[in-house]
Design a protein around this ligand. Structure first.
Ligand SMILES: [Zn+2]
Length: 286
């Protein structure tokens, strides 16, 4: 599943490529998940352009020039946004390289721009969606998101507040809750807990002040580094600009269950917490 660093990476890539460019065509299949009729989408987008691309959590916000509407895109489990111009491709989102060659049977939406470039929305499992909303609706949606590691709101004071009064909640469940902290997913929660030396199955009311401070520092550090490295997806896929997602080589626990801990060499434990696959080190994490 694409997480915050992967979504932020494609946001930054698309900003550089499509802002201000006129949309010549909006192409869709019957399987496209849109919140309005396809005719509405075609009428709205053809001849229009995107003035800005923002993001909150894992939701990508394409801002329209009328300053009244936004197009929200959520990639959910298997969504991809793929930019293509001539034979140059910049893939973003889910890491399945079999669907990068576009368009294909999993391509449900296409935007064609005046310079010949195209943006394709692929989604194998079709949980992802495109939603045209007003600015007012966007503000309501934004208010449901928790604090986010890459923003100024992510202060120690706000972070500490999250834990106050959450007695028996399991740490991992709390960190995954998008209404509390937005953008963290399975990969980065496991990595953050390892970095902080804290077991993800701890009850949050047992965490000491020192542990909370380590957790705060690790959350910021891991997400920042992941964005710098363009996330963990497409680690084998060199895009048009010669860049690839390379955070995968920094992963210390995620996907490494049964292997040796990079710090203490004991075998990493693989388990499930709240239904989510989880890996941690029994020695390094208390
Ligand atoms: Zn260890």
């Amino acid at each position: 599943m694409p997480e915050l660093p992967e979504v932020e990476t494609i946001r930054q890539d698309l900003r550089k490529k499509i802002l201000g460019k006129k949309i010549n065509d909006f192409v869709f299949t019957k399987k496209a998940r849109l919140n309005k009729t396809t005719k509405f989408f075609v009428d709205f987008f053809v001849g229009n352009h995107f003035a800005e691309i923002d993001r909150i959590g894992k939701l990508i916000i394409f801002v329209l020039p009328d300053e009244k509407h936004v197009l929200l895109v959520h990639l959910k489990m298997t969504g991809q946004l793929i930019y293509k111009k001539d034979d140059k491709i910049i893939p973003g989102g889910h890491s399945d390289v079999s669907t990068v060659d576009v368009p294909n049977k999993h391509t449900h939406v296409q935007f064609h721009f005046e310079d010949g470039s195209k943006v394709f929305f692929n989604d194998i499992r079709r949980f992802g969606y495109l939603s045209l909303e007003t600015i007012e609706k966007l503000e309501k949606i934004k208010s449901k998101y928790g604090i986010e590691p890459l923003t100024d709101n992510f202060t120690w004071e706000n972070f500490a507040k999250i834990f106050a009064g959450k007695k028996s909640t399991i740490l991992k469940a709390l960190l995954l809750n998008q209404q509390i902290i937005s953008g963290l997913g399975n990969i980065y929660v496991d990595e953050t807990c390892f970095d902080a030396g804290i077991r993800p199955d701890r009850r949050v009311n047992t965490l000491t002040l020192a542990e909370l401070k380590r957790l705060f520092a690790s959350t910021k550090k891991i997400i920042k580094k992941a964005v710098e490295e363009r996330g963990t997806t497409f680690n084998n896929y060199l895009d048009a600009d010669g860049k690839k997602g390379s955070f995968v080589k920094f992963l210390k626990v995620y996907g490494r269950g049964g292997q040796k801990c990079v710090k203490c060499k004991s075998i990493l434990t693989k388990t499930k917490i709240g239904g989510r696959g989880t890996v941690y080190c029994e020695k390094c994490q208390k």
